[in-house]
Write a protein that binds this ligand. Structure first.
Ligand code: SF4
Length: 81
């Protein structure tokens, strides 16, 4: 499973941080930070999600009020949102 985080869309509500420790608070920026995220383009970060974290990562994506977090399965199909 793969997660994509759109930092530009993020409004810093931090619900994702409460759901999964793959997200941390960047208080200075007022944004979330995707831990170990690889910068694919400006403000777009991606990383693989280990199997034992998939449920929490999905909760984090669903909790985001502005859909800044997208989840894809291993075939590249978008699961959330
Ligand atoms: S829940 Fe969404 S808006 Fe809130 S910090 Fe996480 S990514 Fe940003």
């Amino acid at each position: 499973m793969r997660i994509e985080y759109d930092r530009d869309t993020c409004i810093g509500m931090f619900q994702c941080v409460a759901e999964w420790d793959g997200f941390e608070r960047d208080e200075d920026a007022g944004k979330a930070m995707l831990v170990d995220g690889e910068k694919r383009e400006e403000d777009l970060f991606v990383r693989d999600v280990p199997a034992d974290a998939e449920l929490d990562a999905k909760f984090a994506a669903r909790a985001c009020p502005v859909d800044a977090i997208a989840v894809y399965d291993d075939d590249g199909e978008r699961l959330i949102p």
